[in-house]
Design a protein around this ligand. Sequence first.
Ligand code: SAH
Length: 337
Amino acid sequence: MNSIYSYTRDDFINYFLDIGEKKFKADILYDWLYKKRVTDIDSMNNLNKNVISKLKEDMFIDNIKIIKKDVGSDVVKYLFELSDNEKIEAVVMYHDYGTSLCISTEVGCNMSCAFCESGRLKKRRNLLVNEMVLQILEIEKDINKRISHVVLMGIGEPFDNYENVIKFVNIINDSKGIDIGARHITISTCGIVPKIYEFASLKTQVNLAVSLHAPNNELRNKLMPINKVYSLNELMKAIKEYINITNRRVTFEYIMLDGINDTEECAYELSNLLKGMNCYVNLIPYNETNNIGFKRSKSVKIDKFYDILKKNNISVTIRREFGGLVSAACGQLRSHE
Ligand code: SAH
């Protein structure tokens, strides 16, 4: 038995054809689940009795429990408990352009980036498709508002849970369901190169963000162990291929760590690395945590770094800060107490 929230509409079409029903029932079911948000198969009163009993036999409607909420001025952090008692976090952010949700993709994370709190708990398991979909459904119910943007930037490495993540994106993007536009969805990766090629070949309009954080192998090896598996050269090659195939602009995330990757030299090196690419750089002031020694760069350094990139014609922004007071900012989400 599977969760009803783990089916794409195509999956439902195949399901209904398999049980000898018309395929348009998939649309009806999607409407109940994602437009009307009904959580009880028995109330789907335009499906006949046979279909209802078959559905109840073959799948279940589940939920994930909100066990804690930290409310900041324009952000709310949610702690969820999953059916096996594992915990994950998700964060809602209110922007002037809409409401975005940062969701988790795994329980814990194996990428071991030196600066990141989320990775202090090693990966315990992938999130299931329904557990990602339910982060949206439960939060929309709680805030009584529609989420307009989804970023896969919570706990976990999305491309280390590739199949479930792609299925999840397919479900939330479906215009007959939750209907979040592809251009309003962003997947962030630390650089799992084969999956970048795979993702490129899908040719979707979904945004790709890459956590770069260093302009050379020596430094990136120290900060992000994944770089020892897929070096910067391989990573850049894959990203260029992605841009060629999709014609989409890539976002590079670059956290600013005091005295580590925020020197003028790094800024010049980064400019060279990205010259001529269809990309933009998001400079993220590092969020300090109690458990990790890195410090945030001074704001004059961040400004200087920004200026150098600008002068070299690299599009760049400094990320507005969200969630600091409630520990809901990038790299502060956890799967553990
Ligand atoms: N694993 C994916 C998704 C996580 S996204 C990835 O690496 O892209 C979370 C982003 O926050 C990543 O860019 C991560 O490098 C960054 N980050 C981690 N710790 C941070 C911190 N303390 N302050 C600011 N950003 C941080």
